[in-house]
Ligand binder design. Sequence first.
Ligand code: GLA
Length: 757
Amino acid sequence: MSIREAVFEKDYTRYAWQLGKNVSYTEKITEFILQAKDTEYAIAVLDGGYIAHIYFGRRVDDEDLTYLLRLDENPFTPKTNERDLGTFMDCLPTEYPCFGVGDYREPCLMIMDADGMSSCKLKYKSHRIYKGKPELIQEGSLGESAIRLPATFADEDEADTLEITCIDERSGIEAVLVYTAFNDLDVITRSVRLKNTGSRPVDIRRVLSACVDMPGSDYDFITLNGSWARERAVERTPLRTGKQSVDSVRGESSHQSNPFMALVSHNADEDGGEAYGFNFVYSGNFIAQAEVDQHGSTRAVMGINPCDFSWRLGTGETLTAPEVVMVYSDSGIGKMSRTFHDLYRGHLIRGEYRDKRRPVLINNWEATYFDFNTEKLIDIAKKASELGIEMLVMDDGWFGHRDSDDSSLGDWFVYEKKLGSSLKYLVDEVNKLGMKFGIWFEPEMVSPDSELFRKHPDWAIGIDGMERTMSRQQYVLDYSRKDVRDYVYSMMSDVLESANIEYIKWDMNRQLTETGSHMLPAEHQREIWHRYVLGVYDLMNRLTTDHPHILLEGCSGGGARFDPGMLFFAPQIWCSDDTDAIERLKIQYGTSICYPASAMGAHVSDCPNHVLGRTCPFATRGDVAMVGTFGYELDVTRIPEEDRAMIPAQIEKFKRYNPLVRTGDQYRIGNIFKDNTWDAWMFVSKDKSEALFTFVQVMSRPNRRSRLIRLRGLDEDAYYRNEENGSVISGKLLMNAGIYVSASGDYVSKTIAFTRV
Ligand code: GLA
């Protein structure tokens, strides 16, 4: 059993006496111990119903951890010392802090009840421990049916779940804190389910999903931040007193910040030190925050961004706060990343392609932008198929009357006049070449210049009497509305049924403004941010259920929605519009902090690169894209012959090593954020029999050309053949002394395979 419960009688007589109370005082503490592989997480229910956090870290296998709460130490006095309840509340490490009752650190729950009051006090009511892991369901309201939230999943023999139910007696708000501990992974997940058991409506003004109060503040705060074309750059700073956070109020997880944070010991590197990773399984507004308080303790919280959030809960209604994944590593950031990768590959990503190599695709976006027709696409496909490319993806510009990004979003019918044929003809021709066919949609958007907008201007998000802010000449559809989603879905279905489409790129190219719905009543308006995301999930769910054979790739102006919520529906996500191989080193490094290579959309594109103007060797572009889903994003009929000639071998290499990249363990060796002159990484099979080492030299250097690089992740006691030069060397030597890697020139790459002998 990975979750157990124990009850301890604690005698605090001495302290009661010290406080001038001449009474003997015994407290009953119920302790819950969650063990996830080598990780332990402990919770206490104190007399009076306070739910305290005891411990999160390496497994200690001890029964009684309650001394860590320092309940016998001033000012951490037992709460029966009512004289100082305020101090107690403000010091107690707690599992789910409420606003307004003495804990002045960041709260997780804040309400406004029918009297306009915002304080609430959750007290323990009951608990339940069971095998497996529940699905996260948002029950229907306002005419909506229930919607399943993305979340990790586990069978009964893979995880155990603890649910602690607490109640705020005054408002009747009940909170169920849900914890799941995975048996074979250092992972604990959390989510929260609120229910209004009272007789009057309550507005939930914030409901975060997780809080961890950690002793001390000797941690660095790691986050993944950036912008368009440079997503998920790693930033690391020591914690300081006060709040440090990343967030999004853009309606999507965003280019600017990813819903991820880690707290790591100051000495943590890839192989050593402690790392606590938090990742939010959600694709909308979020907050990830660490707060160092007056006593130097740290409160980590994560959840839906409370900014502009409110949700009216009528009597009997529920609200489900999305899942936070918490990973603990006692062996550095590398192990933390690999745990996330294993979790997401095995317990989040779904569908037919989860465990399959993805088809090598060619996408026409950077090849043609909006300037294409059936003939041009077939030309590309013909050449591509000769070279071994397996799928043609027709990107933006095939619908409505779209010749630029100024029009037609929402008009999901084929622009036959431009194509010069029906979609079916094009797809059939591509299929005849032995290739699959994929297509681009941006289902959440509408152009002002579209039939859809002219007919239903109220279907776009907006506020009456206020001009909508334009972005990329488009508006966002109100996905909180079922009628809007139904309409878009029926148009998409017609397209999907009209031809043999086997892949969809689901794009989202602008963020939300004037965020109001023409349908929601005033008291429910602020629900729109969350209802929008739920609507997106609903449609993705319908799409993937009705079309299980279609490979779905997420995308948002590049990688603005690379989050675990999307991975639940799409086994791969376009990493970035920046396809330059050298910039990709950073983007893919940052992405790998918590997301697996199997999910990283990466292509070989044309040079000079369209974003940077940089020219990299074709081989380097291939080696970098190969540690993602792999494909091409160029006009294969027009690139230099010597590049084109390399494609068949590149594809063979991809096919040969993709199982390793897709299912193996990733070890980052270089750190491009610290030394931007080179990078290196390894993928090692789970049984350690095979490894692929990749080195990229960004800048050559004089005199000492070769670099001594220690490999990682191999079996120390085994011998490996270096497939480049045939030498056989022990794992011990490769990892402790290393190998010399030499390369000549800038932007060059080298891969070396190792096989256990
Ligand atoms: C976004 C995507 C690109 C491409 C364009 C099309 O920017 O990230 O890959 O699909 O939209 O408009």
